[in-house]
Ligand binder design. Structure first.
Ligand code: M6R
Length: 620
């Protein structure tokens, strides 16, 4: 959702800010805007509904020379309060037009603040919650204890705001300074040579610096050319955590691919290898920032996995492995439902919160609820220092690199691998697996990047199939055991990318209702288990396929290489390498990603930016 960037340095700010906004486009947005300080007291703002290209065209029309200056900020907005139209786009200014703000999050007490401002005679120029902050900062800077003190004025306003926010503020009186603040919403500082950045995401400044600083909760930073200064909302000096970004600009570029998603599908072997690297040493599974002791892990008597979307599907896959390895009950729950149903949690419950972005509001709230109930929370996350790992007891980072396509691909596979590491760590601590068994499971995981690479070398057939079924009205997906969450993931990919009706089912449920949907020519994708590893399930699924084929379905079967029994029932057969049963999702998901992307392309859609969706869903 909203992307924010601010800059003070020696380069033309407009170029830096637009470059940063371009790199954050993947977060999802429906309007964009910029503000530039010219150093001589002028603050120039432009904003436009729609894509960044609309804003750029407007900047060309009014003349980019009007935006000369080496300090500025920009914003991409995903509308929450007020329609996505020009006047609701950020930056917002106060009445004197001296203060400008950009905001991410929701100011929950905005109605009261707005009423207070209106009673004071302020005329609101937008329908947003955000605009209130601009007027409040202007007022705090003009009068009272904080008069003339820019940072203190912003801090005073932050103390009054309720909800989640990242705010970046400029004041025409302070043209060489930007003040930014955060509560429960992302903000990182980029540290350059004679230049500093603030942004929602390191991608915004990665082409200029990899040195970053992670701000803590309720912290504020003042950036100038010379440095940065972190304080709390009361103005006291505060500690923030410096880090070096472990990927570079090339990871955030398409590298010759038509879409980021296609590049990210190809990066999956590397994402898996990087996620596993360093986690098995001296015969033991090692997690990352482990603030949960081995004794705590031994005491665990129940595991919850909470997550949304694809991350939730990764949890469904992990349930099979964790229960099998540890004999602990595992419940997988949609984060958006979790806290509203009063789940039974206590200090012996381990909650695994899975999130690529680490910003997903539903998952964050589930983490908070779990911690309030004294459960221990372990985050599985792909984004260094994001809010979810920050609020958890421990974190295991997936090292998939930046995922820019809205559809999760490499992050999903990396989440499965990381969830499995959690399961093995639990089995190791609890002694439900001998050390040599843990070592063997890890070795099998380590062989998976090569298996995924093999799948990638044969996807041309799947692409061709995608083009041939692109005008279907709907597609169904069936699976059993670990193939069931794969079916759900395949359906989710197709829905979000191709805007096509798609449903995933446990194949055993077919006769309890969904079989009524089968009609002539309906494509049905079936994820087969191994004929050797899961012989009983395999034969049941073969019966399911023959039942739907008899009713006219066009069967598309994902099966293990050499699975001859299923061949007569497959109108289209996609073969994947034979791997241990629990690892099958890592190979069988890949053709489904390719299928969805190809159908979407054939239908003329942008697979990186599907309609209505945002990469980071920072509102509940
Ligand atoms: O950043 P998160 O992993 O928390 O995101 C969760 C979901 O929003 C995400 O997986 C979403 O379902 C993807 N667009 C699916 O491709």
């Amino acid at each position: 959702m909203c992307g924010i960037v601010g800059y003070v340095g020696h380069r033309p700010a407009l170029d830096v800010v637009l470059g940063g906004l371009r790199r954050m486009e993947y977060r999802g947005y429906d309007s964009a805007g910029v503000a530039v300080l010219d150093g001589a007291g002028a603050l120039t703002v432009e904003r436009k509904a729609g894509r960044l290209a609309n804003l750029e065209a407007e900047l060309d029309a009014v003349g980019r020379d009007n935006f000369a200056g080496t300090a500025g900020m920009g914003h991409t907005r995903w509308a929450t309060h007020g329609a996505p139209i020009d006047r609701n786009s950020h930056p917002h200014r106060d009445t004197s037009q001296r203060v400008a703000i950009v905001h991410n999050g929701i100011i929950e007490n905005f109605a009261a603040l707005r009423a207070e401002l209106e009673a004071d005679g302020v005329e609101m120029a937008s329908d947003t919650d955000s605009e209130t902050a601009a007027h409040l900062v202007a007022r705090a800077y003009a009068e009272g204890d904080t008069k003339g003190d820019f940072a203190a004025s912003v801090a005073a306003v932050c103390r009054r705001l309720e909800g989640a926010f990242t705010l970046v503020v400029t004041h025409a009186d302070e043209p060489d300074t930007i003040v930014a603040a955060r509560r429960s919403s992302p903000l990182v500082v980029g540290v350059g040579d004679g230049e500093h950045f603030v942004a929602s995401d390191v991608a915004a400044f990665i082409e200029h610096t990899r040195e970053a600083v992670e701000l803590g909760q309720d912290q504020l930073v003042v950036i100038t050319r010379e440095g940065y200064d972190v304080r709390d909302f009361h103005g006291d000096a505060a500690q923030a955590k410096p880090f070096t970004v472990d990927w570079d600009l090339s990871a955030a570029e398409k590298g010759g691919h038509e879409y980021f998603m296609l590049k990210e599908i190809e990066e999956q072997p590397e994402a898996l290898a990087n996620t596993l690297r360093g986690h098995f040493e001296s015969g033991r599974i090692i997690l990352d920032e482990q603030r949960i002791s081995d004794q705590d892990l031994r005491d665990v008597d129940k595991v919850f996995v909470v997550a949304c979307g694809s991350a939730y599907h990764s949890g469904l896959v992990a349930k099979y492995a964790i229960e099998h390895w540890t004999r602990l009950p595992v419940e997988v729950e949609l984060a958006s439902e979790f806290r509203y149903r009063d789940p039974v949690l206590d200090r012996d419950t381990l909650v695994v919160a899975v999130s690529q972005s680490g910003e997903t509001a539903d998952t964050l709230e589930a983490v908070r609820h779990a911690r309030e109930q004294k459960a221990r929370v372990l985050a599985v996350c792909n984004t260094n220092g994001a809010q979810i790992p920050r609020e958890s007891d421990a974190v295991l980072y997936t090292h998939a690199g930046p995922e820019i396509g809205v559809a999760s691909t490499k992050a999903f596979l990396a989440q499965i691998a990381a969830n499995y590491l959690v399961g093995l760590a639990l089995a190791q601590a609890r002694g439900t697996k001998y050390p040599d068994e843990v070592a063997r499971e890890f070795a099998e995981l380590e062989a998976m990047p090569a298996a995924v690479q093999k799948v990638l070398s044969t996807v041309e057939q799947t692409r061709d199939l995608g083009r041939r079924i692109a005008d279907s009205r709907a597609v169904l997906f069936l699976g059993r055991h670990v193939g069931f969450p794969v079916a759900l993931e395949g359906a989710l990919k197709l829905k979000e990318l191709a805007y096509m009706h798609a449903e995933g089912f446990a194949a055993g449920e077919l006769k309890h209702g969904p079989i009524a949907l089968i009609e002539d020519g309906l494509p049905v994708v079936v994820v087969m288990p191994s004929p050797k590893g899961r012989a009983v399930l395999h034969s049941k699924l073969v019966s399911n396929i023959s039942e739907i084929q008899a009713r006219g379905a066009r069967t598309i079967v994902i099966a293990e290489e050499g699975d001859e029994t299923v061949r007569p029932f497959a109108d289209e057969l996609i073969e994947v390498p034979a791997v241990p049963t629990l690892l099958q999702p890592l190979v069988s998901t890949v053709p489904l990603q390719v299928l969805a992307a190809e159908i979407a392309r054939a239908r003329g859609y942008d697979v990186d930016k599907p309609r209505n969706l945002a990469k980071s869903v920072t509102v509940e």
